[in-house]
Ligand binder design. Structure first.
Ligand SMILES: *Cc1c(COP(=O)(O)O)cnc(C)c1O
Length: 397
């Protein structure tokens, strides 16, 4: 069967909520993906930064295989040795503790719980009155608590009523943050780069100013690093570009190595451990396979210095892209290997460019309407980058 026939068969049974390229992948290795017809593609999406070390990294595959034959789920009714992952992850990111979860959205849900409980127990905010400030055009996931913080009509229009207690302010606007804080505010949650929003990078100094403002007000400053974390932007966490350590961070995506959904909330003692036994949980959170993969991802990050590669290769790629003469391009911006090519509105949207790139053997996806998002594996070679740039040139001209 070819792509077309297989897609027809899949679509007959799949309740689909995605706008997918018309391609069926059957195999991945390093920066490469193969479709069912044997055509090969360079992966410039990496499942939104979930396969930062490339597909089927041999060490990650080995970790999955070994764990699969050793110990599976044991529940939260006991400990298992892999839970030492929490300490390793927290230390690696400069925190005391990690609360382990599965998906990114679940981690952000725990942020909401922690911030609210802290508001009532520590801050003296009247019960059910706590407010969390978030930014317009954010993306923190698709569960109800998280969606309640969204300003994207497409995600929310038909799904109300939502959770109260979110105040929405413009991104990259410290004045708006100051103005929005009142006696019932308990936290400010923000992405260090709005990736889904179109690779929107705030001004240098924005994050550190936000932290100052939050500290002064006694509220939590929280960064959602689910997409930007784990080396993608050229540092382990994107906040490190400004030497900012938020009170809480969320990580996800690549921490599961592309093999198992793993996410976490990171924080210091006294904040993150405000949730007590019985107040939270999830069947698979911190289960042995997740911990085994997460531990191997940490070792790979340490030993292969993926964030340094991302910084170097990213700078090179941005430079090469900026040399392309195209009447369609408005701006090229990025940090590390999280890069956006913003097209002029009259170019007719990024989607058709992504489709043209697919035909030329580059798999990528638009972010928002007018931005081509580029997020190749962090260990991609310069030779491949050059090859890809040739194809971008053809498509953008
Ligand atoms: C992907 C993402 C999420 C949601 O993660 P899921 O695993 O899809 O639930 C949250 N925040 C950011 C910044 C993300 O990129």
């Amino acid at each position: 069967m070819g792509n077309k026939e297989l897609i027809e068969e899949i679509s007959a049974g799949l309740a689909d909520t995605y706008d997918r390229h018309r391609v069926v992948f059957v195999k991945g290795l390093g920066p490469w993906l193969w479709d069912v017809e044997g055509k090969i593609y360079m992966d410039f999406l990496c499942c939104y930064s979930t396969v930062n070390a490339g597909h089927c990294h041999p060490r990650i595959v080995r970790a999955v295989r070994e764990q699969a034959g050793k110990l599976d789920a044991v529940s939260g009714a006991a400990y298992h040795e892999g839970l030492i992952f929490a300490k390793e992850l927290a230390e690696f990111c400069g925190y005391d503790k990690a609360l382990l979860m599965n998906s990114g959205a679940e981690a952000v849900e725990r942020i909401i719980k922690i911030a609210r409980k802290r508001a009532y127990i520590r801050m003296g905010i009247p019960r059910n009155r706590a407010k969390i400030i978030v930014c317009e055009d954010n993306f923190h996931g698709r569960t109800y608590g998280v969606l309640s913080a969204s300003t994207e009509p497409h995600y929310t229009k038909n799904f109300g009523p939502f959770l109260p207690g979110f105040i929405k302010i413009p991104f990259n606007d410290t004045g708006a943050l100051k103005k929005a804080i009142d006696g019932n505010t308990c936290a400010f949650l923000v992405e260090p780069i709005q990736a889904e929003g179109g690779i929107i990078i705030p001004d240098q100094g924005y994050l550190s100013r936000c932290k100052e403002i939050c500290e002064k007000a006694g509220i939590l400053f929280i960064l959602d690093e689910i997409q930007t974390g784990m080396g993608r932007t050229g540092k382990i966490l994107c906040g490190q570009h400004e030497n900012v350590k938020p009170h809480l961070s969320t990580v996800g995506k690549f921490i599961g190595g592309g093999q198992i959904p793993v996410s976490a909330v990171l924080g210091d003692r006294g904040i993150i451990d405000i949730l007590e036994a019985g107040e939270d949980g999830s069947t698979h959170s911190g289960f042995p396979p997740a911990c085994a993969v997460g531990r191997e991802v940490l070792r790979i990050l340490k030993e292969e210095r993926l964030e340094e590669k991302a910084a170097k290769t990213g700078e090179y790629l941005i430079g090469k892209l900026r040399e392309i003469k195209s009447q369609h391009v408005k701006e090229i911006r990025g940090k590390g290997l999280l890069i956006g090519i913003e097209l002029k509105p009259e170019a007719g949207g990024a989607k058709r460019f992504c489709q043209a790139l697919l035909e030329k053997g580059i798999f990528c996806k638009e972010a928002h309407t007018h931005v081509i998002r580029l997020a190749p594996p962090l260990n991609i070679s310069i030779e491949l980058i050059d090859k890809a740039v040739g194809k971008f040139k053809e498509v953008l001209r």
